[in-house]
Design a protein around this ligand. Structure first.
Ligand code: NAI
Length: 340
């Protein structure tokens, strides 16, 4: 039998945590043959609620769940963990911009970074979900310099999955038949959802999404804004931010990272830029990646072919926007790091 993997979820008493921990315990994240021990961290005011979540995990009698640690102590939470999903933080409420929540998260990520650095298992993989996800991941890296850069990522898979969902609805095809959209940039409204390489599996083979949709106006306009603003639309509808979709996408992110992406398929992950596509090295930025043997790799050569009708927009987005987003994110981060 496999040794259990220890998975930390911070902010586990919150709404994403509540959706996420049962998925992990059911094997959605690491596979149906992988036992897990779940570590749950939250803050003192949520301690009772956290204990309630622990009671429910026990009550659900998950066969793969070999233990639960529910704590408000950062060191206990981080000790020995192989995977850390950082969900804890201050969520964006209706009418709030991400920058409003940013300052609240800086001190949180500082202390959790040093606890992970000192007490997590060697080669611990980190996924930052809490917004602003790119920035929190960068702060975490700043304060945990001994964790390899490649082990610190942030979640843009939800945006990726939202793009797949929009294409599948528009074309009335199964979402599982759509692949290779790309989320470039930041997990925020400045991201660029890119369908220029996306395909649909049809009875007559793989077809480009652009060719099937045949409506560049929609693809270059409403599609992009819908994906960019989906988070705000969910908040408006639920009066709470996305939770089940965020939890499910976090499982997708870790599963593909650990177990690998299928042949011919890439996914979007916020990772350390190595300078690919002109994005300054050292920024956490969402790229198309493939994963093998627990390592991600940025897909190269995703530039647009010049004969596309939308090539102007495409090049504009791929080159200019990418550069300028990176520039502004960089400025923001350097200001933040100076603040700490
Ligand atoms: P929530 O407010 O329901 O839960 C957050 C939890 O974090 C609470 O239980 C709170 O007590 C806890 N917490 C606060 N400070 C903490 C600390 N220092 N250590 C540990 N736990 C702490 O929020 P929700 O809806 O679960 O969202 C969590 C985060 O995920 C938010 O920042 C939200 O903006 C972000 N998010 C990111 C998405 C993405 O795609 N990257 C999608 C949806 C949400």
């Amino acid at each position: 039998a496999k040794e259990p993997v220890r998975v930390l979820v911070t902010g586990a008493a919150g709404q994403i945590g509540y959706a996420l921990v049962p998925m992990i315990a059911r094997g959605v994240m690491l596979g149906l043959d992988q036992p897990v021990i779940i570590h749950m961290l939250d803050i003192q005011p949520a301690a009772e609620a956290l204990n309630g979540v622990k009671m429910e995990l026990v009550d659900a009698a998950f066969p793969l769940l070999k233990g639960v640690v529910a704590t408000t102590d950062v060191v206990d939470a981080c000790t020995g963990v192989n995977i850390a999903v950082m969900v804890g933080g201050f969520p964006r409420k209706e009418g709030m911009e991400r920058k409003d929540v940013m300052s609240k998260n800086v001190s949180i990520y500082k202390s959790q970074a040093s606890a992970l650095e000192k007490h997590a298992a060697a080669n611990c993989k980190v996924l930052v979900v809490a917004n602003p996800a790119n920035t929190n991941a960068l702060i975490l890296k700043e304060f945990a310099p001994s964790i390899p850069e490649k082990n610190i990522t942030c979640l843009t898979r939800l945006d990726h999955n939202r793009a797949l969902g929009q294409i599948s609805e528009r074309l009335n095809v199964q979402v599982s038949d759509v692949k290779n959209v790309i989320i470039w940039g930041n997990h925020s409204s400045t991201q660029y959802p890119d369908v220029n390489h996306a395909t649909v599996n049809t009875p007559s083979g793989e077809k480009p999404v652009r060719g099937l949709v045949k409506d560049d106006e929609w693809l270059n306009g409403e599609f992009i804004t819908t994906v960019q603003q989906r988070g705000a639309a969910i908040i408006k509808a639920r009066k709470l931010s996305s939770a089940l979709s965020a939890a499910s996408s976090a499982c997708d992110h870790i599963r593909d990272w650990v177990l690998g992406t299928p042949e011919g398929t890439w996914v979007s992950m916020g990772v350390y830029s190595d300078g690919s596509y002109g994005v300054p090295a050292g920024l956490i930025y969402s790229f198309p990646v493939t994963c093998h043997s627990g390592e991600w790799k940025i897909v190269q050569g995703c530039v647009c072919s010049a004969n596309e009708t939308s090539s102007f927009f495409c090049i504009l987005h791929c080159v200019f926007l990418t550069q300028s987003i990176a520039f502004w994110v960089g400025r923001l981060v350097s200001r933040l790091v100076n603040l700490v």
